[in-house]
Structure formats: structure tokens, C-alpha cells
Design a protein around this ligand. Sequence first.
Ligand SMILES: Cc1cc2nc3c(=O)[nH]c(=O)nc-3n(C[C@H](O)[C@H](O)[C@H](O)COP(=O)(O)OP(=O)(O)OC[C@H]3O[C@@H](n4cnc5c(N)ncnc54)[C@H](O)[C@@H]3O)c2cc1C
Length: 463
Amino acid sequence: MRDCDAILIGAGPAGAVAAAVMARRGLDVILVDKAHFPRDKVCGDFIGPHAVRELDELALGSALQSGNRVGAGSVFIEGREVLRSPLPTGSELPPFGYVIPRQTFDERLFRAACAAGARPLEGHTFADYRVEGETVSVTLRGESGERVLRARALIGADGSASLVALRMRGRPQPKADRLIALRAYYDGIAMPPGGVDVHFHAATFPGYFWIFPTGDGHANVGIGIASQTVAPPKRHLRDLMRDLIENDAAVLARLGPAAVAGKLAGWPLSTYNARLPIVAAPVALVGDAAGFINPINGEGIQYALASGRWVAEAIADAFERRTSLGTALAAYALRVTNEIGLDLELNRFIVAVATNRALNPAWLALLRVWCARAARDPEYLRVAAGVVAGLVPSRRLFDAAVRNVSFAEGFGLLRTTAPLAVARTTGAALTAVFREPAATLRWLANLCGAGWGSRHALLPPRA
Ligand SMILES: Cc1cc2nc3c(=O)[nH]c(=O)nc-3n(C[C@H](O)[C@H](O)[C@H](O)COP(=O)(O)OP(=O)(O)OC[C@H]3O[C@@H](n4cnc5c(N)ncnc54)[C@H](O)[C@@H]3O)c2cc1C
């Protein structure tokens, strides 16, 4: 006796899209969430061009209604604007994204999934599951006690602290995969609503501070940083963020007389790690629960939407054709690897390199010359800024033109930098090795692992 075809744990973007697609295909699905909608989700609220296209293709574009449309971005390094440009989307993507509070966006997707036929079960927390033959029994805890539901498939869409993933994998995601981030809303900002700001500082690199306007003088303001670094920041992220807001002239000019609305909220992000399984039939993970977060920019909504659709299509195909669910979920995992996995692996390597903060002066100097190049070379802008913004595959960084220009600019920087600055950076790096031998070894090991994994990204994509 089963209660439904599939149970989805988590009704954020990944779960809501998976539920909507399966319900449209005629499957009986139960969409469980521990919260009641509308609920807040700590996020930058930026729905990028990939996500906009995905929502349109799924006929869910109405979730973006009244969102603030942004078509440009500015990059600041240590308070100085080094690049301002339209979003480098090329011709395949819409040249804009939206900033829309998740409280609104997620509720719309949740209601759309329910309208498509998914059965909602709010206020219920996933506790555990057990597989018995071709049935998965899922234990939930609600306000009125514990209950068990049975289905043919279970999808974990329960976000970055996924309990479904923990039960499936039997171990938590390594701490080295984590980013930590803070977000606050501001009212009365002085910044025009059509663009987003990204600020890099040595104190918070590898990571960035953002101002994403939500329209009508409001903005989502936040900061994110890798949690495991060599030479970690000496101060709490909250103090670093306050410091930037109070003392960085560029940030002050953008925020003007704005005041914080509500509380500063923090949230961890678990970035992509290809060594961790995302399926163990009849269970599959999607969105943040699977670690589909871009390590370079912390974005995950586009991957949440896409993975929700992919898993739903795989399961619906298997049930309609009466073929093996195990084979369908293996095909889903392979699709993830081919469409986003290899790229996210390469991004993981790029970020692993930058987690040696002792070299921050060098990283920021390189970023500065690359931004200067991007400001005068549209193709370079399209690829280099596109990779940082998650708009083009990172493997394009190795296209001959981009690679050669990057190296040439890097060597140019080395030639023109005073020997004293080079000596200082090298000295700081060596000091970090002696001060933090364990962290340095961890960095090297992480680098080797990430490099080993990302080599796949440089091979021609599989058919
Ligand atoms: C500070 C910050 C800024 C970010 N900024 C951006 C950005 O600007 N753009 C972008 O694309 N991405 C951003 N991200 C990432 C983005 O928020 C996630 O990738 C996205 O929310 C993933 O969607 P999801 O559906 O997988 O998970 P979630 O949105 O986290 O949804 C998970 C759902 O599961 C429910 N749940 C959790 N545990 C249980 C349980 N045990 N039982 C039942 N229900 C449960 C939760 O209540 C929630 O509704 C940011 C993340 C952070 C932390």
C-alpha cells in the first residue's frame, strides 16, 4: 500500500519545480516542507538569466512578476569601480535577471506546484526513511505527531543542510565545501535599480559583498566567504560586513541614507562535490541538498530549477514506460555530470586555489588587470565575467584566446609590479605555511583533489 508515487522533502525552488513537473505528467506527488508558506529563505534573491530562461520554458515565468529586472553589473575592488557592463549573456540567454525576495518567489513556485496537482504537506519535518522492496517509507514529524508515508520514490530537496542527503550518504558534506554568508535588507538606498554591485576586498576574499536592488529603493545586501581558508579572517563575518558598510566609500555612496530593515541573517552553503553521490535508488537529491551551488559565486537557484526538472523527467519517464527507477536515476546523475557537474568541478578548483588568503594581494591584483582587460575587450568580458557570473561554462576560460590573454596580462602585471610587492606577497605566503602548516596541507590536499576532479571538465563534452 503506497500513499503516492513520489514524496518530495522541501518545497523551495528545486522541490517545487520537481513536484510541478511530475504532477503535470500525471504522477501523484506529496510536497512536504517543515515551514508554512510564505516563508523567508536567506539568499541574495538574484534570479539569473539561466533561471529566467528555465522558468519561461517551464511556463512558470509568472513567479517573477513585479520582481526588479536588472540588466547590468558593476565590479568594485577595494572600493574602486573597475568594471561596469551589461550582463554578459550572449545571444542564447535573456540579457537580464531579476531580484525578487525569496519570500515572494518561493511562495509563487510552491502555489504553482500545488495548482499543477502536487499535494502540499506544510509544517512537517523529514526525520528518516527506510527502503522496503520497491517502496520507500518516510517518517515525518508534524505538529500533531509522527506519521509515515509510503511512495515509490523519495526526492531530497531540503536545502544545504539536507537531512535526506545525510541519511542517504551516511556522512555529512566535508567542511571544506562550505561557504558562509550573511544577508540583510536595506530600505532607502541611493542606487539605481537596474544593476547589481559586487565588491571584492582583501579582508573578505575569496568571497564578495553584494548589493542587489529589489526595487523601490530597497536592496538585498550581503556577504559570502569560503569557510575553510589558509590565513582565515581574524574577525567575524558580521563585523567585516559592518566595517564595509560603515567605511567603504563606494558602498556608502550606494547605500546613502539607507537603514536596515529586519535582522541580519546567516546561512551556510554547501558547494558542489562530485565525490558525493546524489542518487541511491529510490532516493535522489536535487538543488542545494545535492550541493548544486556554484563555488565561484554562491548561486544555486538556476541549478535547483534545472535539477528539479531533470529528476522529475527521469522519474516520470520510468513510471510511464515501466522501466527501472534505478536506471532512470542513474541517467539523472549522468545528466547532472554532463550539464553542470564538470563545470562546477572546475569552479571548485578555481576557488580551492584562492582559499590561500596569504596570497590575497596577488589574487586581487590579477582580478584588477583582468577586469581592466574585460572593460576594453568584449569577448574577454563575455567569457571571464560570464564565468564569474555563472553565465558561460568555466571550461571556456581555457579557450586559446582567453587563456593567452589572461596569461599575457598576468605576466604583464608581474613585470610591472615592484619587486618589493612581489617579495612581500611571497613572504606572506611563506609565513602562512609556517604559521599554519595544517591548514596549508589541507589547502594543498584540497587543491590536488579539486584539480584531479576538474580535469574532466577540460575534456570535450560527452555526447
Ligand atoms: C546568503 C545566500 C545568498 C544566496 N544568493 C543567491 C543568489 O543571489 N542567487 C542564486 O541563484 N542563489 C543564491 N543562493 C543559493 C540559493 O539560495 C539556493 O541555491 C536555493 O535556495 C536552492 O534551492 P533549493 O530548493 O535546493 O533549497 P531551499 O531553497 O533551501 O529550500 C529547501 C526547503 O526545504 C525545507 N526543509 C529543510 N529541511 C527540511 C526537513 N528536514 N523537512 C522538511 N522540509 C525541510 C526548507 O524549509 C525549505 O523550504 C544564496 C544562498 C545564500 C545562503
